[in-house]
Design a protein around this ligand. Structure first.
Ligand code: FAD
Length: 468
């Protein structure tokens, strides 16, 4: 079966980026189709921790946090090792408040404010992300939008422009149980297809060492959007920085994602030999890279009762109570006993902790160059107050954070830097934003912010066309 239907905008992928673009385009008066490859909306967004990074918010003010766009920009540049496209970061900063208010106006609140790795001040706002994506999808359908679940976009349609204009993307071919059809898009096609954490072939091409990580992320995230744009000559950015996230138990499942970052409160990370191998205060993406080279890809977070006391029940990444309840944290009153239980070399662990504690006591240099508990901030804590704890964790291939090159207006550009007319990309399918590493909260944030930006760009395009 083949038929054709016409819209102003066709959005591919129903994660936070695609849903924001779809709903906001609808609010802007455009007709929209939202195509989702899997039977359910949400993608990686619905599986995520839910943190969104914004500055200048009511929550920051309520906690007395003094932040600014300049500080946020500087932090993102440091985390990204100055490899990000500054124009994209500035576009995010220019539009973040508008998007934050848009979400709040819909009744979405932020219940916790955290200072994540690389943030000079607390900037990660914890959202109820599952509710957000569900509610945006409901709003889209209630508003008359066409949501095509279980439909996979397979090819972009590009045609010669009318009146001597260059070629432009005019639609997309989608495949579902009901056959193959072309969806035409007067204003543009928006790629919001997420990353490629589930694509063995793309990982093998760009980051083969990462195949050792536990596969994770949205089941539909196999890089389809990236490949479709690539076929039309799109440029690619940040492809060499793909890294799994460190901190998940080896038995983490699709249904229940567990991640612990006790190292940001003072834990050390050791391998099965009991040796440290990395500066634990760095981004968990860089830790992910480091742990893949260790025996069994395993790193144990080792800490004492001082760190244990910092557990925050119910808060993702910080809930040691829950991890203990499900039997994933080892504990013992002595370090050798802990090592035996966890499967770490006892002699190695004892020697490592002794050296770590001695260096702290002597204010001497740390053997891994660690200068603070989290991104150089916070005094290091000796591991000396029993009971002792160990949480075994691996690297999880959650996200890829690289992809097609875009302008600050979310237009896809080709390898020469020229805009591919009619084609837009937002969210995790894009590259250039994070640079070498990602700051927690900036990916859901990026999806929502650029989803809003692209919707307004498309509305302006339609308005110009109507007036010409
Ligand atoms: C466990 C975990 C925890 C995380 N925690 C955080 C966090 O706290 N804060 C943060 O900022 N980021 C976090 N991230 C990262 C963040 O969730 C993602 O980067 C972000 O949600 C990506 O949003 P997206 O809309 O671009 O893609 P997704 O949400 O992945 O949506 C993409 C959608 O496109 C669909 N799709 C793919 N191909 C096609 C096709 N051919 N046709 C139609 N549809 C297609 C997919 O099925 C999917 O539903 C986390 C990720 C994971 C996995």
């Amino acid at each position: 079966m083949s038929d054709e239907k016409q819209y102003d905008v066709v959005v591919l992928g129903a994660g936070i980026a695609g849903l924001t673009a779809a709903v906001r385009s609808q609010e802007n008066g455009l007709s929209v189709a939202l195509v989702e490859k899997t039977p359910a909306i949400g993608g990686s967004s619905a599986m995520s921790g839910g943190y969104m990074a914004f500055s200048g918010t009511e929550e920051q003010a309520a906690h007395g946090v003094v932040d600014s766009e300049d500080l946020f920009l500087a932090d993102m540049q440091v985390v990204g090792q100055h490899m990000s496209d500054e124009k994209l970061l500035r576009a995010y900063l220019d539009s973040q408040t508008d998007t934050y208010r848009w979400l709040k106006a819909k009744g979405f609140g932020f219940r916790v404010l955290e200072r994540s790795a690389g943030q000079t001040v607390a900037r990660s706002h914890l959202s109820q992300i599952k509710d957000i994506v569900r509610s945006l999808a409901d709003e889209f359908v209630a508003g008359g939008g066409d949501l095509l679940l279980d439909h996979r976009a397979v090819e972009l349609v590009r045609e010669a422009g009318s009146g001597g204009g260059g070629p432009r993307v005019t639609g997309v071919i989608v495949r579902g149980d009901d056959g193959v059809r072309t969806l035409s898009a007067r204003a543009g096609v928006v790629l919001a297809t997420g990353g490629f954490s589930r694509s063995e072939d793309l990982l093998r091409t760009f980051a083969p060492e990462q195949l050792a990580a536990i596969p994770y992320g949205g089941l539909g995230n196999t890089g389809d959007g990236l490949k479709m744009a690539w076929k039309l000559g799109a440029g690619l950015a940040d492809m060499s920085y793909v890294s799994a996230t460190y901190g998940s138990h080896p038995e983490t499942t699709m249904e229940f994602h567990e991640l612990l970052t006790a190292y940001y409160w003072g834990a050390i990370i050791v391998n099965t030999g009991g040796e440290r191998f990395v500066d634990e205060s760095q981004s968990y993406k860089l830790l992910g890279m480091a742990v893949l080279t260790q025996d069994q890809g395993l790193g144990f977070q080792v800490f004492d009762s001082k760190v244990r006391a910092k557990s925050e029940p119910g808060v993702p990444l910080a809930d040691i109570d829950m991890l203990e309840d499900i039997g994933h944290v080892f504990s013992a009153s002595t370090l050798p006993e802990l090592a035996e239980k966890a499967g770490i070399d006892p002699v190695g662990l004892r020697a490592t902790v002794d050296r770590y504690n001695a260096a702290i006591a002597a204010h001497g240099p740390d053997e891994q160059g660690r200068t603070g508990i989290n991104s150089g901030v916070g005094d290091l804590l000796p591991i000396d107050a029993p009971p002792y704890y160990a949480y075994p964790a691996k690297a999880l291939m959650t996200t890829t954070y690289c992809g097609v090159t875009v302008t600050p207006r979310s237009e896809v550009v080709d390898i020469d830097g020229d805009v591919i007319a009619g084609l837009y990309a937002i969210g995790e399918v894009t590259g250039g934003f994070h640079g070498a590493a990602y700051m927690t909260g900036t990916s859901l944030g990026k999806g929502a912010v650029f989803g809003s930006i692209v919707a307004d760009v498309l509305a302006a395009t339609v308005a110009v066309d109507a007036n010409s």
